[in-house]
Every structure is written in structure tokens, then in C-alpha cells.
Design a protein around this ligand. Structure first.
Ligand code: PMP
Length: 297
């Protein structure tokens, strides 16, 4: 299937305070962010015309910027309004929103104190992140050779572009071997996350998930933990070693784009998508539909 390049589409993008024609939302090649990864972003999902968890995502965008040492020149409310305006201008009822904030071309070199902070928000129709069958059959993951860095090696709490360098490398390596994604360990050898989603293990009816001390504490992850607790499931955040996958009856990934997707294989470990994952998918679907119904009323 041919992909329409992202710079050559119809529509409207919010860019530094204005809605501009899609093809005009351009930056210069000497933009600091392009050379030095001074860039943060978000990924949000639209359900029935409403951006799910817009407040949490907008706040995380601001926080990510601060972690990279810059203040986005828009308030939380302005970012939310701009996101809603973008979705409306695009006429979307389902889809994806990508806010991004970055250091501009006013200064080149490692030092970037004089750069201006720019922000753009694009929204488009984007289907399933993984193949639609993955929701039933489960995903096949390889082991990534890259590990998540220590929190004093990289700003790991931010959703920052630079952190995705090893994710793209890991995902490409996985795809080249016929897998859908890769599971990354952290610098200590503990299970961390997939290249764009968090991981959960079901062990004897309890939900176990790695403590997010060097990778993104996903908004979907927190939502799913809340649902599990409401279902009286014990939720345990802890250090998880790779060998512990042998004890897991079910494994699944969570993320805005990934939603909740079961895993059928991680290297030598095999799993069957099961009822805990199915129940949490149903709870999640109910929440996304209810949240949108409430706003439509
Ligand atoms: N980890 C990484 C590396 C991600 O890119 C994402 C997707 N944003 C997640 C975890 C899940 O985060 P969220 O549930 O907030 O989308």
C-alpha cells in the first residue's frame, strides 16, 4: 500500500498560533531541533470527535519541554484549544493528533539559549497502529539489542524525539526479521517497554508491570492500571527480569496508538491472548466511547 507522504496532503495544521494549509507547515533545514533533537511531542487519539485524555497529554507536552530546558510559549488551556481547533478544522471524528514543540533556527550549535520555541499540531485519520488481527492473535516481538538508558544518561521521563533513535533502530531490526515490534530491556537488564508502548504481564491473576523509572509512564498504562484495580485485580509495579516471562500466562502492550494489544510471542516465550487482556480491552473501549458520548451531549 502506497503511503501518501506526510508533507503532501490536503488539510490544515496549527502552526505557531495559526491554522495554515497543510503543505505550508514547513521548517528550515537549520532548525536546532533537527540537528540536536531539541524536540518534544505527543501522540493523542480522537474517539467520536473528542481527543482522549487531552489534558494529560497537553500537560505532558509542557512537562517534556521543561525537562529539555524550555517553556512552550502556550498555556495548557491554549494548547487544548489549539488541539480541538485542529481536529475541528480537519473534520475528524476518529484519528490521531500529533502536537510537537521544538527549538527553532535562531541559533546553531549545541548551545541554544537564543532559539525560539515553536509548536505545531497536526491531526489526521490513522487506523490501527498494529495490524487489526493483532488484537485477537497477539503480537510477535523480538528482543531489541538496544537498551533504555539510565535517567542520568538521557531525559527519560520526557516524550522527547531523541529518545526514539533507539526505538526506530529496534523496530526496524524487528521488522527485518518478520516481527511486529521489539521488547527493550533497560540498562540494568530489566524489562522496560516496547518501542512505542508499555508492557504488562498477567501472573496468576495479578497484573505486573515494570516501574517506569527510565521510560515513559504511559497515560494508557495508568488508565489500564486504574481499570484493573476497579476489577479487584492486584496491580504490582516492580522490577521485572526477562526470565519472569516464563511465569506469565498473558502479556499485553498499552499505548495511545497501540491501545491494548495482546502479545503472543517474545523471542523464545509464547503466550495466548486471554481473558484478563480481553476484559481490559472491553473496559478501555467502554471508557473511550463513554468519554466521547459525554462530550457530545
Ligand atoms: N512508551 C513509548 C516509548 C511511547 O512512545 C508510548 C506512546 N506515547 C508509550 C510508552 C505509551 O504512552 P501513552 O500511553 O501515554 O501513549
Amino acid at each position: 500500500m502506497a503511503i501518501i507522504p506526510y508533507d503532501d496532503r490536503d488539510g490544515t495544521i496549527w502552526f505557531d498560533g495559526r491554522l495554515v494549509p497543510w503543505r505550508d507547515a514547513k521548517i528550515h533545514v537549520l532548525t536546532h531541533a533537527l540537528h540536536y533533537a531539541s524536540c518534544v511531542f505527543e501522540g493523542e487519539k480522537i474517539y467520536n470527535g473528542r481527543v482522549f485524555k487531552l489534558r494529560e497529554h497537553s500537560q505532558r507536552l509542557i512537562d517534556s519541554g521543561r525537562i529539555l530546558g524550555f517553556d512552550i510559549p502556550w498555556t495548557l488551556e491554549q494548547i487544548e484549544e489549539a488541539s480541538i481547533a485542529t481536529v475541528k478544522a480537519q473534520g475528524l471524528t476518529q484519528g490521531y493528533v500529533r502536537p510537537v514543540a521544538w527549538r527553532g533556527p535562531e541559533q546553531m550549535g549545541v548551545a541554544a539559549q537564543a532559539t525560539r520555541i515553536h509548536m505545531a499540531i497536526a491531526a489526521w485519520d490513522w487506523g490501527a497502529y498494529f495490524s487489526p488481527e493483532a488484537r485477537f492473535k497477539g503480537l510477535r516481538l523480538s528482543w531489541a539489542k538496544w537498551v533504555r538508558p539510565a535517567p542520568n544518561t538521557a531525559p527519560t521521563a520526557a516524550k522527547a524525539s531523541g529518545l526514539y533513535m533507539i526505538c526506530t533502530l529496534s523496530k526496524h531490526a524487528a521488522e527485518a526479521e518478520g516481527y511486529e515490534d521489539a521488547l527493550m530491556l533497560d540498562w540494568r537488564g530489566r524489562i522496560a517497554e516496547a518501542t512505542g508502548a508499555n508492557i504488562f504481564l498477567v501472573i496468576d491473576g495479578e497484573l505486573h508491570t515494570p516501574t517506569p523509572d527510565c521510560f515513559l509512564d504511559g497515560i494508557t498504562r495508568r488508565t489500564v492500571m486504574g481499570h484493573a484495580r476497579a476489577r479487584q485485580l492486584k496491580v504490582v509495579e516492580r522490577a521485572i527480569m526477562p526470565e519472569e516471562l516464563a511465569k506469565a500466562q498473558e502479556v499485553f502492550l498499552t499505548g495511545t496508538a497501540a491501545e491494548i494489544t495482546p502479545v503472543s510471542e517474545i523471542g523464545e516465550y509464547k503466550f495466548t491472548p486471554g481473558k484478563v487482556c480481553r476484559m481490559l480491552i472491553e473496559d478501555f473501549d467502554r471508557l473511550t466511547q463513554a468519554a466521547s458520548a459525554a462530550s457530545a451531549a
